[in-house]
Design a protein around this ligand. Structure first.
Ligand SMILES: [Zn+2]
Length: 669
């Protein structure tokens, strides 16, 4: 099942987000370790050594050959892999479109080709669809306009959600219950077309929303004067709602798990004045068996919305639905209903973009068939097993952890699941093949409605988690999913720049292995330990004394990283804390697996090369303030300098620029 609600926060919390650091100045500045003098000397990059700048020593020659084009801000290993993956995906789509073969209804190829052709047609000559789509749009506007009272309103909300996947104000989806991940619950959210915090704080913003709304109402056929007045009334309604909203949620300060408030049916019924519990669920398109509980991120706001679902406010709710509909696929609507066209794209470019977005599962299957082999999977699986074994040793050897703390973390490790490359292949599904309608617009609504209902259908099913619903096999990334206690490593990131089945195992450990080790470490960081071995949110499960001991370690890491500078600015040791520990932890793990110094040398070098990148100065400075990862050069130099093996292998001594005193070297374990 798909659990889109959560992707946002988990991506931020647990992923290797693809960034870089450095500058197009000298390599020494790129290295950011304050050894600018080295490259300003006569020897240039030849003077870079493992002892004065390990990052530069490994990467400078390559970086000097990189060239940022036009508005390009960064060239990095991950960016290059992404470009390659996009080309491969485009190739797959074009091969299918051009093949001339007959494909079975509901097969990957049939669906890809049909969607490509529909999109191509829509961009090349939208007028072909004009008549059918005009009828379609009118029917929806009429459906909304037919509403006269609260009961009609609930039915209209339901029909739009059920038939077109359009949840025009209150929205919701089935997702795993973070307190008991074996089951699913409906998690409510809102799609209000406006940011309540902006409306609350700024009259100018409120006016600009109002002006946007009246434009849409005018497109729906409302006279300009009426549209203005009606848009104003929506804003008044939003003022009320904004006043009831939780400020911490509005400002984005609450994590997903802090918003997971479970309410039983009885509790909901106590708060709901106008809608019944059944109507609340029905309004988001759900009409199955009534669940005995739901999850509500901002209960105060939901009760306030309910209090305003009265006959007095029917006009506002109808107008919100109209605006929401006209806003949703605005570029595909017939000319009289939209101000946006599909400009700036060729039919082929747009067709590839739309197919990539909507046919992810189908493309992923074909991609994995071509680019991800059983042999790759076997080697990576072995590596994951080695890492689990090694983390077990690291945890058990951590003298700062209590026995209970060790048991808790070891249980997490033993139950961790790994999603490697790609999932089970999709089967030919004629039902999905029949989702196509006469026009692109209607087809996209048909897909959305189908997907939404499929998710609702899982509500009472046992929660079978699939990591690739979180992160597609064609995304160049890896992540730890805390509420599933799972690692996802996609087929696309298992690329020759990071993984070579014919290379020395140590080389792979330093590259893809260090990324895996980084992600596994997120299971044990300050957010990760809030979730138990089964992904259940259990904030008190880790012994308090262990959390305090970990906080002490954090202080050392913050101080250490803050001493690094890039382009004259200090790294923010607090902002990057979690990711820094993950980097150090990941490398510590793979170094231990590699074993001897010769293999560890290979690990250090392939690890350093993962982070080879060139970034524009402006971009690099911006990242320093916002990116929870350290700059690439620091991800190498700060990390390797924490390991005794590095000093031994490269004969680095006190007085060398890379030298860090033993008591300042950060270790997670
Ligand atoms: Zn991370």
């Amino acid at each position: 099942m798909r659990r889109t609600e959560k992707i946002g926060c988990l991506l931020l919390a647990g992923c290797l987000i693809l960034t870089g650091c450095g500058s197009n100045a000298s390599p020494a500045e790129m290295a950011g370790t304050g050894v600018a003098a080295v490259t300003e000397s006569e020897n240039g990059i030849d003077s870079l050594t493992p002892a004065n700048d390990f990052y530069g020593y490994i990467n400078a020659a390559e970086i000097m050959d990189m060239d940022l084009k036009d508005n390009q801000q960064i060239i990095s290993t991950f960016g290059l892999i992404s470009e390659e993956t996009s080309e491969q995906v485009e190739g797959i789509i074009r091969d299918i479109v051009d093949s001339g073969e007959e494909y079975e209804l509901g097969s990957n190829e049939q669906m890809i080709r049909e969607l490509y052709n529909l999109t191509y047609q829509a961009v090349e000559d939208k007028s072909v669809f004009e008549e059918s789509d005009t009828e379609f749009v009118e029917s929806i506007i009429n459906r909304i306009e037919s509403v006269e009272n609260k009961e009609d309103l609930v039915n209209m909300w339901h029909d739009l959600a059920k038939d077109y996947g359009l949840q025009t104000f209150i929205s919701g989806s089935a997702t795993s219950n973070i307190f008991d991940t074996s089951e699913n619950v409906i998690f409510f959210s809102l799609s209000p077309l406006a940011d309540f915090s902006e409306i609350k704080e700024s009259d100018i913003k409120a006016v600009s929303y109002r002006d946007g709304f009246d434009t849409y109402l005018n497109l729906a056929g409302v006279s300009i004067d009426d549209a203005k007045e009606r848009a104003n009334n929506i804003i008044y309604l939003y003022y009320d709602l904004a006043g009831s909203a939780d400020p911490a949620i509005l400002s984005g300060d609450k994590e997903y798990f802090e918003m997971f408030n479970i309410y039983t049916r009885e509790e909901c019924e106590e708060h709901l004045l106008n809608l019944t519990y059944e109507e609340l669920l029905y309004s988001i398109g759900y009409d199955g068996e009534l669940p005995d509980k739901v999850a509500i991120p901002d209960p105060g706001l939901l009760w306030e919305i309910d209090s305003l679902v009265t006959d007095d406010h029917i006009r506002e709710w109808k107008d919100i639905a109209l605006i929401s509909f006209l806003d949703n696929q605005s570029s595909l609507l017939p000319g009289e209903y939209t101000q946006t066209g599909i400009d700036g794209f060729t039919p082929d470019e747009m067709a590839v973009t739309v197919v990539t977005k909507y046919m992810d599962a189908m493309i992923s299957d074909i991609y994995a068939d071509i680019y991800f082999s059983d042999e790759d999977k076997e080697i990576i699986t072995r590596m994951c097993n080695d890492m689990v074994d090694e983390y077990r040793v690291l945890i058990n050897n951590a003298d700062w952890l209590s026995d209970d703390g060790k048991d808790y973390l070891t249980e997490k490790l033993d139950n961790m699941t790994f999603f490697i490359g790609c999932g089970e292949k999709r089967e030919v599904n004629p039902e999905e093949g029949r989702l196509f309608k006469d026009t692109l617009l209607q087809t996209l609504y048909s897909f959305t409605a189908y997907t939404q209902q499929k998710i609702f259908d899982t509500l009472f099913e046992e929660n079978t988690y699939n990591g690739f619903d979180y992160m597609s096999p064609i995304t160049v990334n890896a992540c730890y999913v805390s509420d599933a206690n799972s690692i996802v490593i996609t087929a696309a990131i298992i690329n020759e720049r990071l993984f070579d089945p014919d290379a020395d195992y140590a080389w792979n450990l330093g590259a893809i292995g260090s990324i895996l080790g980084h992600e596994i470490s997120h299971a044990f960081d300050s957010d990760g330990v809030l979730f138990d071995a089964y992904g259940n949110y259990s904030p008190d499960a880790m012994p308090e004394s262990d959390i305090e001991a970990f906080i002490e370690k954090q202080e050392i890491a913050i101080e250490y990283y803050s001493s690094f500078t890039v382009l004259g600015s200090h790294v923010d040791g607090k902002l990057t804390l979690g990711e820094n520990f993950a980097d150090i932890s990941g490398l510590q793990c793979v170094l231990a697996i590699a074993g001897d110094l010769d293999s560890q040398k290979i690990v250090f070098e392939s690890y350093a090369h993962v982070w080879s990148s060139l970034t524009s100065d402006t971009y690099a400075k911006g990242l320093l303030e916002t990116d929870p990862h350290s700059p690439d050069c620091v991800r190498v130099n700060a990390v390797v300098a924490c390991f005794d093996e590095y000093y031994e292998i490269y004969d680095v001594k006190e007085g060398d620029p890379m030298y860090v005193e033993p008591d300042r070297r950060v270790r997670r374990w």
